[in-house]
Design a protein around this ligand. Structure first.
Ligand code: AHR
Length: 669
């Protein structure tokens, strides 16, 4: 490992006078003194640490989105996954001597964006002909908790398909909905009737009698005839903040606990899509969920878009994060799998005016008055107040071509003209250097953009070798959003070593927080068994969450962010420590972050009295362990920050163990 180089030792520093004795008897080297230059303080971005959310690794459907039923609208297709079709995740059940069948129905769609429904018919009623859905690897239910079931249903006269006789006599169809264990035990049950041949929404609440991490939903028709069904949905009533069509509470809370200052969404590659018809178009993701246009997710599955723009904005507001949507720059992904060889495609120029208007409409949807055309759509969804959008990403890792440039300029010029307060964030390719990076930066400078979005997934060594990357960036040019980054081990494991490389790098990001305004690790979420990309920050199953050391690093930096950077120096040129000191002007707290990415322990001394008046006790977190260590489902707490209180009056001596991150939070007196 290449040790992180300390910055040069300056004369005239506020060195320590009195110190506690060294903590580690095995240390032979003299303690390293940390001197803080409070007189050289500079403002840094108050929004520095945020999250990047993308529907990858089943991050949305089967993840953050609270829906428990998979393929609720029968829109799965082989286009999304060669093994899939409209019936995927559903099983026909015939209970107690019942006989019947099912078919796909496109004749009377619930909505043009939701073209397929399922028809269920009974020949022999028995104990019911029905459908069974196992959710996403099982439906987790908890004893005593309530689950909101809903379905769109109508009686149907499709009988001739099954033998020439209409099977529907116009009588209401008695139905039963159950949550069952895998061995058929009924954990919750309710009944309802379907009447008439117009679509109607039926809703009921189920209360689980027993906890089961892998239950299933069963819907039974218990009368003679046929019934068409669509949008068969089950949500825990207990979503994050109790929102309708809401988010899975434990996952959302985990993200909220990180206190992110912003959330970028909906991607990544998902944002620009593979083909022109696969771009993420925000208007398809708002309004009643049965009207949303479920579509192919380029990560190899289907996206329901139940978690859409309204829900993203709402979540940001709920957790105090700035929303940072990314819209396609009018071009598709240049690496399109479904259009192999086709490369980047641009929206035809004669459609670009309409597309530019679509982007402007998004800003109106977020910020416009409740009686404006798009603001009224937000109000209809229950949010008359604006969402106060400040940032807009245009493009994601696009190949910087003339096709891109022309469209990017049209969009950006229009936004700047109509909404000068919105910060447009440009894109500079998928790597830290190379042609798209260079061309993207050149375009950004030419257009005098406020910010560009840099991405790089690199070995831990690269991060450690480039701690000073932004020190020399031109402060008069566009600023930087480090929108996607992660240290990748050769085996893609979330090792402590990778997390500490990221931590060391973040000390450099804080130092350059006047230029780098935003930063987000990627990807955020990965459902075990369904990852297309590793490493991720957080892994989860239907019931549990696994925190990686990379997550702990992100959280420690985020909850201990500041808005003022206090330059500092280390007394030893050969120290491997990477250090940053920030102040949070609201609380007056000063936070010292010390990363030791090397295999040799060091000791650091510091006298807080030199740069402020603090309480005698400070909070300290230490994340340390074996560099190759990882957290596993069997041993999830192998790597976890230890929190303690330390005495800091009269100077402090801190152990910086080998392979560690230490965060010291000094509380203002
Ligand atoms: O974070 C995963 C992917 O990496 C994103 O979708 C894309 O922007 C990048 O290539």
């Amino acid at each position: 490992m290449t040790p992180a180089k300390p910055r040069s030792l300056l004369a005239g520093t506020l060195a320590l006078a009195t110190l506690a004795p060294a903590l580690s008897p095995t240390l032979s080297a003299a303690p390293v003194e940390l001197s803080v230059h409070a007189d050289q303080a500079k403002e840094i971005s108050p929004d520095l640490f945020g999250l990047f959310f993308e529907d990858i690794n089943w991050g949305a459907d089967g993840g953050l989105y609270g829906e428990l039923v998979q393929n609720r609208s029968f829109e799965y297709s082989a286009y999304s996954n060669p093994k899939w079709n409209n019936f995927t995740s559903w099983e026909l059940v015939e209970r107690g001597g019942a006989k019947g069948g099912w078919s796909l129905d496109g004749a009377v769609p619930l909505h043009e964006n939701n073209p397929h429904a399922l028809v269920l018919h009974t020949k022999e009623v028995g104990d019911g002909v029905g459908l069974m859905n196992p959710g996403y690897d099982g439906i987790p239910v908890t004893k005593g908790k309530q689950y909101d079931f809903s379905v769109f249903a109508r009686l149907t006269y499709m009988g001739p398909r099954w033998g020439g006789e209409p099977f529907h006599n116009g009588e209401p169809m008695p139905m039963e909905v159950r949550i069952e264990s895998q061995d058929g035990k009924v954990l919750a049950k309710e009944t309802f009737e379907v009447q008439g041949d117009e679509w109607q929404k039926v809703e009921t609440t189920l209360t689980a009698r027993q906890t089961d991490p892998k239950a299933r939903l069963v819907l039974l028709a218990k009368g003679q005839g046929g019934v068409a069904l669509d949008m068969i949905s089950l949500f825990p009533e207990d979503t994050f903040k109790g929102r309708q069509n809401g988010l899975r509470k434990d996952l959302a809370q985990t993200l909220a606990n990180m206190q992110p200052k912003f959330i970028r969404f909906p991607g990544g590659c998902v944002a620009h899509g593979h083909n022109l018809d696969n771009m993420y178009r925000w208007k398809d993701t708002i309004g009643p969920i049965e009207t949303r246009k479920s579509q192919f997710n380029l990560w190899g599955y289907q996206q329901s878009l139940g978690l859409g723009y309204f829900e993203y904005f709402q979540f940001c507001e709920d957790i105090g994060a700035e929303p940072l949507p990314v819209v396609p720059a009018g071009v598709t992904c240049q690496n399109a799998g479904h259009t192999k060889g086709a490369g980047q495609r641009g929206i035809p120029m004669d459609e670009m005016d309409a597309y530019v208007q679509e982007v402007l409409d998004l800003i109106e949807y977020a910020n416009g008055p409740a009686d404006s055309e798009w603001g009224s759509r937000r109000a209809e969804a229950g949010h008359p107040e604006p969402f106060n959008l400040k940032y807009l990403g245009v493009g994601n890792e696009d190949h910087i071509t003339d096709v891109f440039g022309e469209r990017f300029k049209m969009i950006t010029d229009a936004v700047r003209e109509q909404y000068p307060d919105i910060t447009v964030i440009g894109t500079v390719g998928p790597f830290h250097s190379g042609p798209d990076f260079e061309d993207g930066w050149e375009l950004a400078r030419k257009m005098d953009l406020e910010m560009v979005d840099e991405h790089y997934y690199v070995p831990p060594e690269w991060l450690l070798d480039n701690l000073d990357r932004y020190d020399s960036y031109d402060r008069n040019g566009p600023h930087v959003y480090l929108g996607e980054y992660a240290a990748h081990e050769p085996d893609r494991a979330n090792t402590l070593r990778s997390a500490l490389a990221e931590a060391a790098y973040l000390t450099g990001i804080e130092r350059n927080g006047d230029l780098v305004e935003l930063a987000s690790y990627a990807p955020l979420l990965g459902r075990e068994g369904h990852t297309q990309w590793r490493p991720d920050m957080i892994y989860f199953t239907g019931t549990d969450i696994l925190h990686t050391p990379n997550y702990y690093v992100q959280k420690l930096f985020s909850v201990n962010a500041g808005d003022t950077y206090l330059p500092s120096d280390l007394s030893a040129e050969d120290s491997a420590l990477a250090v940053s000191v920030v102040e949070d002007s609201q609380s007056g707290d000063v936070i010292v972050k010390i990363v030791n990415p090397s295999d040799a322990a060091e000791e650091l001394t510091l006298d807080p009295a030199q740069f402020g008046s603090f309480r005698s006790q400070a909070q300290q977190w230490v994340l340390t362990g074996e560099p190759k260590a990882v957290n596993t489902w069997e041993q999830p707490d192998t790597l976890k920050p230890e929190k303690s209180t330390v005495k800091v009056s009269g100077g402090v001596s801190l152990a910086a163990p080998a392979n560690s991150l230490t965060v010291l939070r000094l509380k203002k007196r």
